[in-house]
Design a protein. Structure first.
Length: 263
């Protein structure tokens, strides 16, 4: 333990590779599935089936009462959107799909943005910047840096592009539990927080809003939306800190970590 943050062994990295690999393969399959007209429940059912067929468990299902196997967050939904038969994607809708599996006791957690049909230049730029925020966070997740360095660099880049960073949710430690220390803020100051050490596992998952950063939770107790109804986007990877940098456990198998085609 380091500041209550678990330090994992070389063998633990192998467990996380397998769980992360399954998560990313499921997301890879969704690129062709996300089209105008599909319901978010259909997406949920597809993912659930693939998880079960691979001898894994959908981590969100019944977690603190969450009713579905994945989260589907459309347009101004920030996170924790609940799949529904009543929610059909329209042309131009953006959706974050957050998949977490439990495979042989290890949790693999990853999310990506998708577009149903075609998007416009303004939205494409927003999605691209959000993905770049994730990459900037990962670039700064190396031994000797602090957790605050990750958040600082993400916030700096998002705000430089006139977007805002959600404050209410953050990345988290992960391994044989869904959520452990540390909390990985996507905003903050250089040098703050614990120093990064080899063997730490956590997610980086910046939620970026096109408008103001403030959010509210709907009556279902889960769905978080932007207060000003502006678009929100998020990309997420699970990583492990190594002696020389980090390893991304949830990389796409077909180079579609950013599955949005250029205009």
């Amino acid at each position: 333990m380091q500041n209550n943050i678990p330090i994992h062994s070389t063998a633990d990295f192998e467990g996380m590779r397998k769980a992360g690999s399954l998560t990313s393969r499921i997301l890879d399959e969704l690129e062709q599935l996300i089209t105008p007209g599909i319901s978010t429940l259909e997406i949920n059912n597809f993912c659930h089936k693939m998880i079960i067929e691979n001898d894994a468990i959908p981590a969100p299902l019944n977690y603190k009462g969450f009713p579905k196997s994945i989260c589907t967050s459309v347009n101004h939904v920030v996170c924790h959107g609940i799949p529904s038969q009543k929610k059909n994607l329209q042309n131009g809708d953006i959706i974050n799909i957050d998949v977490t599996v439990i495979l042989d006791g290890w949790f693999g957690d990853c999310s990506r943005m998708f577009v149903a049909g075609k998007t416009n230049k303004k939205t494409y730029s927003f999605l691209k910047t959000t993905y770049e925020c994730l990459l900037i966070g990962i670039k700064n997740a190396v031994p000797g840096k602090s957790l605050g360095d990750i958040g600082y660099e993400i916030q700096k880049y998002a705000e430089k592009n006139n977007y805002s960073v959600v404050r209410d949710f953050c990345g988290h430690g992960i391994g044989k539990k869904f959520h452990t220390p540390p909390s990985v803020l996507h905003y903050g100051n250089l040098g703050e927080g614990p120093e990064l050490k080899p063997g730490m596992f956590f997610t980086i998952e910046p939620m970026i809003n096109m408008g103001d950063w403030k959010i509210k939770i709907l009556k279902d107790g889960w769905t978080a939306v932007t207060k000003d109804k502006s678009l929100s986007a998020q990309f997420e990877h699970t990583i492990g800190i190594t002696e020389t940098g980090n390893e991304i456990f949830t990389l796409s198998h077909n180079n579609s970590d950013f599955p949005i085609k250029p205009l």
